[in-house]
Design a protein around this ligand. Structure first.
Ligand code: HEM
Length: 285
């Protein structure tokens, strides 16, 4: 069935429930490549950083030594780099060829604006029971933060990683001290990325009370009308006012997709949390 076709299911209250598309198939695939390659990079980078710890040695023995770990690290790095370049190409195409309005500014943009600042304070007030919950648009302030943390991290980690990988080439235009510095930059930024993704991103996206234990939308691409209204009220209201809601209806996620998504999602969270615990224990011991 095409993604834009609608099918109603029955909610707990017995009322037929509609589903709306939030992420396209391409966006979901991109996220899948992003998180699998990132997990691969973290699982191979951390044993190199904490090579003295027992788990790093065991892992190295299991895969054929630290040389194999480095080979796998470079493999995942190439996969992530290709995904990142495709994403940057898409942004350029949308902005400068298709001249899509609102990609850099406005309610559907990833770029932070004044409303995000007000939402941060409004949300804090709501946490303390001092005001109403703010209404969010397509991307809430924490989602924008997550996006830019990864985007910026990708540039820093990627550049420093390639500078180490192709050190003789980079030595043509970087001083010697900079080639030493890139190892520190790569290592520390990678640690920051691991801590951020496996704690803050996991909590922000999946462990919030309204998404717990996992937000399925990044796997299925659709969310129920109830979720849409609750989580992104401003986007829902704007689409309703402009008569665009019907064009966004999606199919009820099939049971196999929900089950598959749960297995993949919980496995990713488990690996992430395991790496987080191993990193913290190695770091403080
Ligand atoms: C395009 C992306 C990346 C490239 C090209 C890359 C490349 C490299 C290379 C060449 C090394 C050097 C290993 C050595 O010879 O000692 C390395 C180390 C490492 N990488 Fe990456 N990497 C990338 C992304 C990542 C990411 C996303 C993470 C974390 C999630 C990460 C974590 C690490 C860690 C922890 C080390 C060990 C640093 C140390 O020894 O202190 N890397 N990487």
């Amino acid at each position: 069935m095409p993604e834009s076709q609608t099918t109603d299911t029955v909610s707990n209250s017995g009322v037929p429930e509609k589903f709306y598309v939030r992420f396209t198939r391409e966006q979901r695939y991109m996220h899948a490549v992003l998180f699998t390659s990132f997990l691969g990079l973290a699982a191979t980078g951390l044993p190199m950083r904490f090579s003295e710890s027992f788990w790093a040695r065991r892992f190295a023995t299991a895969v054929g030594g630290f040389g194999s770990i480095l080979f796998l690290h470079k493999f995942f790095a190439v996969v992530l780099t290709i995904a990142f370049l495709i994403h940057v190409k898409d942004i350029f195409q949308r902005a400068f060829i298709r001249r899509e309005k609102g990609i850099f500014w406005g309610p559907t943009s990833m770029v932070a604006n004044w409303k995000d600042v007000k939402d941060i304070f409004g949300h804090m007030r709501w946490f303390l029971g001092l005001g109403p919950k703010p209404k969010f648009d397509r991307y809430a302030y924490w989602e924008k933060f997550d996006y830019w943390a990864v985007f910026w991290g990708m540039i820093v980690i990627g550049f420093s990683g390639y500078a180490m990988w192709f050190a003789p080439f980079f030595a043509h235009f970087l001083p010697g001290w900079a080639l030493n510095a890139v190892l520190v930059i790569h290592s520390e930024e990678a640690l920051l990325a691991v801590l951020f993704i496996f704690s803050i991103h996991f909590v922000n996206t999946h462990l919030r009370p309204d998404s717990f234990p996992m937000d399925m939308v990044i796997f299925t691409g659709v969310e129920s009308e109830e979720e849409f209204k609750e989580k992104r009220a401003l986007e829902y209201e704007r689409n309703a006012k402009l008569g665009k809601l019907e064009g966004r209806t999606g199919i009820v996620p099939p049971v196999w997709l929900l089950n598959f998504s749960k297995v993949v999602g919980f496995t990713a969270i488990f690996i992430g949390l395991l790496l987080l615990v191993l990193t913290l224990t190695a770091y403080f011991s």
